[in-house]
Design a protein around this ligand. Structure first.
Ligand code: CU
Length: 314
């Protein structure tokens, strides 16, 4: 084959790869409505917070896209709300004064961005005072699936866990900034949400079958404290820092998740027996006030749990 011919063939192959990627990249429309509502922050339902939320729940719904996709996002702030709200996607590279600007009650804002970097990213309301909008519950996760799966084995089940500090008085801004007076650690909106061992009113746990690879998408939505994430009775098989397989650690006991960080944690239970893990923030002030999640590894695990919209158990 002549040199010119082979160069031409290589160029055509490269063009083919690029056009295939262009075809695969899609636009994902996401709409959220800011809602100011009272929500229970414990399993019994008798402790309530004057919450500010995306779509009425803490955390907001998980957003999931592929690397290279365009997110077409709309924030609705209904006229009955008292406060301005905003959206800050950590997966976006835009203009803080433009796309992330505040939206007044009665107004709607739309912006687009390309999710260029794979990983697990926090999203949150960026309206001021931001500390109050986050602590009242305006946050969630956007998962940007990596294109390159080479160092990223398929998981058998996936779960989202998002932690935040609970402050009974969210009006005392000075206390929020000084980190004083926090009384609990919420996982996906409730203290001891998935821990019937320590909290008799808890009805839910995470489940898998023995030997399955369970993938946890974790976000630290605390306003001030890092999270020492440790699986009691297990070892993290892999930790993907920022949820990106290019940043993989192996055989980790505890990984410190910075405030506003999202990271991915794989764990594989013994295949030959049923077991239980307790995924905790090993900082005791957080663990013993709510940051404990039970993962049961049993042959009759609910097949729906850890798939589809059951990656975040409400
Ligand atoms: Cu807000």
């Amino acid at each position: 084959m002549s040199k010119l011919k082979s160069v031409t063939i290589v160029a055509m192959m490269i063009a083919g790869v690029f056009s295939a990627q262009q075809v695969l990249a899609k636009t994902v429309k996401v709409t959220m409505t800011a809602m100011e509502v009272d929500l229970p922050v414990n399993n019994k339902g008798d402790v309530k917070m004057a919450a500010w939320t995306f779509d009425g729940s803490i955390p907001g719904k998980p957003v999931r896209v592929e690397e290279g996709d365009t997110v077409d996002f709309t924030l609705v702030n209904p006229p009955e709300n008292k406060n301005s709200h905003a959206m800050d996607f950590h997966a976006a590279q835009v203009d803080v004064l433009n796309e992330f600007a505040e939206v007044k009650p009665g107004q709607t804002k739309t912006f687009k961005f390309e999710a260029k970097v794979p990983g697990v990213f926090m999203y949150h309301c960026g309206a001021g005072p931001m500390v109050q909008h986050i602590v009242k519950g305006m946050y969630g996760v956007i998962i940007v699936e990596p294109k390159d799966k080479k160092n990223y084995p398929k998981a058998d089940r996936e779960y989202v866990l998002i932690q935040q500090q609970y402050f009974p008085d969210t009006e005392n801004l000075n206390a929020l900034l000084e980190n004083s007076g926090w009384k609990g650690a919420m996982i996906n909106g409730k203290m001891f949400h998935y821990d019937p061992v320590h909290e008799p009113n808890a009805t839910q746990v995470l489940e898998s079958k023995p030997g399955e690879r369970v993938r946890i998408f974790f976000v630290n939505a605390n306003i001030n404290n890092p999270v020492a994430l440790h699986p009691i009775a297990g070892i993290w098989d892999r930790v993907y820092i920022n949820g990106n397989p290019k940043n993989t650690l192996y055989g980790i006991q505890t990984y410190n998740v910075a405030v506003s960080e999202g990271s991915t944690f794989d764990i594989v239970s013994p295949a030959d027996r049923p077991t239980n893990f307790a995924i905790v923030d090993h900082a005791m002030g957080a663990a013993l006030r709510g940051a404990i999640t039970v993962l049961m590894n049993k042959p009759d695990a609910d097949p729906k749990k850890g798939h589809g919209d059951q990656i975040l158990i409400r």
